[in-house]
Design a protein around this ligand. Sequence first.
Ligand code: F6R
Length: 224
Amino acid sequence: MSQAAADIVLAELAKKPKMVLGLPTGTTPIGMYDALAKAHKEDKVDFSGVTTFNLDEYVGLAPDHEQSYWYFMNKYLYSRTNLKRENVHVPNGAAQDLDARFAREYDEMIKNSGGIDLFVVGIGQNGHIAFNEPAAEMPAFTHVVELTQNTINANARLFDDISQVPRKALTQGMATIMHAKKILLLAGGPAKRDAIKRMTSGVLTLDCPASLLNLHPDVTILDC
Ligand code: F6R
């Protein structure tokens, strides 16, 4: 799955060296980042023209915090490729005025980049995409969200203690994700089967935010 995902990214990059990539964190994409880093090490790919925008970040964690998503991206991708620091973006969970100002600026930056060419996303056990959690309604664009207990439990494995898992995150909204030209969804392992089944059942519901991807004309699902 990871190599197939990296091959899709590399094929899109070969077509458009100045592409704009949307990226996830989490356990699932690590193998894809390893494959991309390997391709770069072997001189098979040049990331210098690529711009990236990450999906989300925990509220309250500064980029140098070891559990922050910026830290993760630097560890698995930025430090292992020639992506330019000025071209990589992760929402800043420690910014002031998150909802009122930072979220709007993040959406503006994505828009000004020309929009996302390829969005790689993961999926939560509860059907979340980015941190758009199941809810009766949700903001369409970047916003602060309260994480569900299901997500807090699932992410606790990455912290010393569940009490350290932030309760809120800043996330891109489903509209920004849906505006990407192409979406690649990665779902690793049996824990995601139920979410994928719900997503592909043909029913649209905010109780499974991933089901909105049925409205997009170009979605590839890779699972294992
Ligand atoms: C992370 C993100 C989340 C994860 C999802 C799956 O940036 O947006 O939606 O993709 O929670 O996480 P893993 O891959 O750890 O199972």
